[in-house]
Design a protein. Structure first.
Length: 326
């Protein structure tokens, strides 16, 4: 299938399984066509993921998502996203804009229909989705996140695996890689299969709906995967509430006030939308997960507010050898 979707030549070919193989004369064209194909196949999942990363699922799907929305808005403050967006790598920004332009073009062409909860796709929303993956999601599935399960009411265990079989173990001398995220195509971690080909780019694999680059897969010469593992991406801190002032905690022998922020969530009900307010606390370490009369737990993780995931994925998608991935 050939469509004039973007400046330059673009071709979208689908194999017998419906997987899009995208050929473009420029990187941005490949991202544009990827957005088009992804929207054609999975527009609802794209829109849900954007809402998930914004902490707005309850606005459209009701009370069961309030706890998740509070956690996302608490851990991924919009101010962090604003800062990251203003400093975003220009090439990555062009790719995000092209990708979201492709999504919108699919809607305009009538091959994708925005659901009732669908809103305009933007580079900002796609960046926030990537940052959600780097912060809240990565924390929940880290070693420290498991330790904090008593502090986080909506902890959900998950697993994944990857296996490399060396050439001495295969019949034809090939190296085989198996990638098994232990999830399916239709839940939160909803994978999308795609092949992207442009100058300096030839990559096949899977990505999250709403992300323009391949997250797990292979190029012509290398392959990679990502598992939940036991990554050390955060640190839990036990807090001591100041006995003389419950609005403060002890740090380095001093009493420091908690930073307070009020989140306002819109929640769908049988009688319309209601607003729910939730006060959250911050410390010098980071967000407070749990607080009691005399103690609490806070989490610090360097990836909070980090936007480097997209630049890293683009570099991996272009990699010609293992050193370039490292």
């Amino acid at each position: 299938m050939t469509k004039p979707l973007y400046q330059g030549d673009i071709e979208i070919l689908r194999d017998d399984y419906g997987v899009p193989h995208i050929y473009a004369s420029a990187l941005e064209g490949a991202c544009y066509a990827h957005g088009y194909a992804q929207a054609e196949d999975r527009i609802e999942d794209i829109m849900k993921n954007f809402l998930r990363a914004e902490g707005r699922l309850a606005e459209f799907f009701g009370n069961p998502f309030v706890v998740d929305d509070i956690a996302v808005q608490h851990h991924l403050d919009a101010r962090k996203v604003d800062e990251a967006f203003s400093a975003l790598d220009k090439e990555v920004l062009r790719c995000l804009e092209a990708f979201c332009g492709g999504i919108q073009r699919a809607v305009d062409d009538g091959v994708a229909s925005l659901p009732s909860y669908g809103e305009c796709p933007t580079a900002y929303r796609a960046l926030r989705l990537a940052m959600w993956m780097s912060t809240w999601w990565s924390f929940m599935h880290s070693e420290e996140g498991r330790k904090a399960e008593t502090a986080v009411s909506h902890y959900r265990p998950i697993g994944s695996s990857g296996v490399i079989i060396g050439k001495s173990r295969t019949r034809d001398g090939s190296v085989l890689a198996t990638i098994d995220p232990h999830t399916n195509y239709w839940e939160t971690w909803n994978w999308y299969e795609v092949h992207l080909h442009a100058p300096g780019l030839d990559v096949f694999g899977y990505t999250l709906c709403g992300i323009p680059f391949v997250m797990i897969g292979h190029t012509e010469r290398i392959s990679w995967t990502a598992t939940m593992g036991s990554s050390d991406c955060c640190t839990l801190y036990e807090l001591k509430v100041d006995p003389s002032n419950s609005g403060c905690y002890r740090f380095d022998g001093e009493s420091r006030p908690f930073s307070r922020r009020t989140l306002i969530l819109r929640v769908k009900t049988d009688h319309g939308i209601k607003e729910v307010e939730k006060q959250v606390l911050e410390t010098v370490h980071g967000p407070v997960l749990r607080i009691a009369k005399d103690s609490g737990v806070a989490v610090h993780y360097p990836l909070r507010g980090d936007s480097g995931l997209l630049s890293q994925l683009l570099a991996m998608n272009r990699a010609k050898d293992v050193k370039q991935v490292e």
